[in-house]
Write a protein that binds this ligand. Structure first.
Ligand SMILES: [Zn+2]
Length: 68
C-alpha cells in the first residue's frame, strides 16, 4: 500500500499545500479568506466597514450621550 502525502495547489495563489497544513487546501488563512471573499462577492454584496476620510466616522462620536 502506497502512503503518500496528499497535496493540492492553493486555489488562491497556486502554491503547493500539504494535507497536513491547518488551512488546507489553502496555504494560509489569508488565501482562504481571499477565496471566501471571492465566492461571497459573486453572489451578494457584503457591507464592508469603510472609514471615510471625508466624514471621519471611524469612531463613535463622543457627544452622543452625556452622563448626567
Ligand atoms: Zn495561497
Amino acid at each position: 500500500m502506497k502512503k503518500r502525502t496528499i497535496s493540492l495547489r492553493c486555489p488562491t495563489c497556486g502554491k503547493i499545500v500539504l494535507r497536513s497544513e491547518p488551512e488546507f487546501p489553502f496555504c494560509s488563512e489569508r488565501c482562504r479568506l481571499i477565496d471566501l471573499g471571492k465566492w461571497a462577492s459573486d453572489g451578494y454584496v457584503i457591507s464592508t466597514p469603510i472609514n471615510d476620510p471625508e466624514t471621519g466616522d471611524c469612531y463613535p462620536k463622543p457627544n452622543a450621550r452625556k452622563p448626567n
